[in-house]
Write a protein that binds this ligand. Structure first.
Ligand code: F6R
Ligand code: ZN
Length: 195
């Protein structure tokens, strides 16, 4: 058995309004240019890039050793907006270690969680403040802001989970979340699994 690194208990402060964790030792900002080709509307993507390459989302994480047994604490802030008809979203990923789960808790705004499996499973669920979602092992996950303000959620996941972005970059998700007549609408992704 490998011994866990012995660390001291700690507490952090989470600003429930902004999602910012203090102290925070890992901050990630993703602009549209960091998500090349992930939105279905490539002309819309080019237009948004020329219009200033918006910050789509930000992540505040507290890193501990990436050992089995440890947990990572994280908040994500997805800013409102659309690329074409598709709402701002995260890149989405499988955990590199597929047998690891994750919990998200909605803090602010209106969002959706999209999930899929490599066996063809697909699921979506709304997240609003107070919603707790459980992402089981083996499910890829992406979050989407369908509202007009920041969509903010808190998460906890195993520190050795890791992230596999490549599978989603090449296959996409089975469903797209688009605005139709002002309403968030799920439609099949015509290029799912085709790239
Ligand atoms: C961690 C996790 C979240 C996301 C974050 C950004 O496993 O699921 O903290 O990392 O919401 O999304 P991605 O990682 O897909 O860019
Ligand atoms: Zn995850």
């Amino acid at each position: 058995m490998i011994a866990l690194k012995y660390i001291q208990p700690f507490s952090l402060k989470l600003d429930l309004r902004t999602g910012i964790i203090g102290p925070c030792n890992r901050y990630i900002q993703r602009r549209l240019s960091d998500m090349a080709g992930m939105y279905a509307d490539h002309a819309g993507e080019q237009k948004a890039l020329q219009g200033g390459d918006p910050v789509v989302y930000e992540v505040y994480q507290y890193d501990v050793p990436n050992d089995n047994g440890q947990l990572l604490i994280v908040t994500s802030v997805i800013h409102p907006g659309r690329i074409g008809q598709e709402y701002h979203m995260t890149k989405g990923h499988y955990h590199a270690r597929r047998d690891t789960a994750e919990v998200y808790v909605g803090l602010q705004g209106q969002g959706y969680l999209l999930l899929c499996t490599e066996e063809g499973g697909s699921k979506s669920m709304p997240i609003e403040p107070g919603t707790i979602t459980y992402i089981p092992p083996y499910w890829a996950h992406r979050t989407v802001n369908v509202g007009s303000e920041d969509f903010i959620f808190f998460g906890v996941y195993p520190a050795d989970a890791g992230h596999d972005y490549g599978t989603i970059e090449s296959d996409g998700f089975p469903m797209l979340l688009v605005e139709r007549d002002g309403v968030p609408t799920l439609i099949p992704n015509p290029s799912h699994g085709r790239r």
